[in-house]
Design a binder for this molecule. Sequence first.
Ligand code: ZN
Length: 245
Amino acid sequence: MRVLIVSDIHANLPALQTVFQAARQAGGWDEVWCLGDAVGYGAHPNEVMDLLRAQRLRMIAGNHDLAAIGDLDTDDFNPAAASAAEWTLSVMTREHYDFLAALPSKTVIGDYTLAHGSPREPVWEYVTSSLVATVNLEHFDTPWCFVGHTHVPVIFCWNESTLHSDPLPFEPGDPYQILGHRLVMNPGSVGQPRNGDPRASFALLDTDAFEVTRYAVTYPVREAQAAIRASGLPGILADRLEVGW
Ligand code: ZN
């Protein structure tokens, strides 16, 4: 099976459309696995949910999905994120609202665990270091775990001899062989990358070949920015897209 893995789309429709186009050119997919935060920050929450739900989709809830349905206290959000959550809640259709409200925050699909933040704390924890990745190995039983939330692509690969989860850069391009490795993988963010590269990031997984490949694609950032500004959302949410932060 071929799986298109997307995370942190954040209501960025031009980015998601470009990712779908690129993934189609790269051979297409049987299923889409969304690691959460489909909405929040961006101007197209309903259009993004329409597009996602038209696929054979497996999805878990991220903190911004929960905030967008009023299911999470936004006290810990920065002011721009909190006002985006409020705006999203005000425009979200009832159908998408109900869909998001029914999502689990963590799920297991065969040999793969999906969690937005981390398997230990699916909603909030950021897997940003080797130490956090290693501690989390005790919180999932499958060989492989896919997370989002940090918006930074990385693979933390458990190393038996050093007893560390070595961070691998996970550059776009070459397929990474996962068989025989226990790892935590983050495909990066579709709609609000924070790794200094403004391109939309995603991964394709081939479950028969045990290969995962990351892609980074240029999308019409200006379209996403114009929609954010036109919606009256905080300008910083538009500005940050062009620098990939
Ligand atoms: Zn996010």
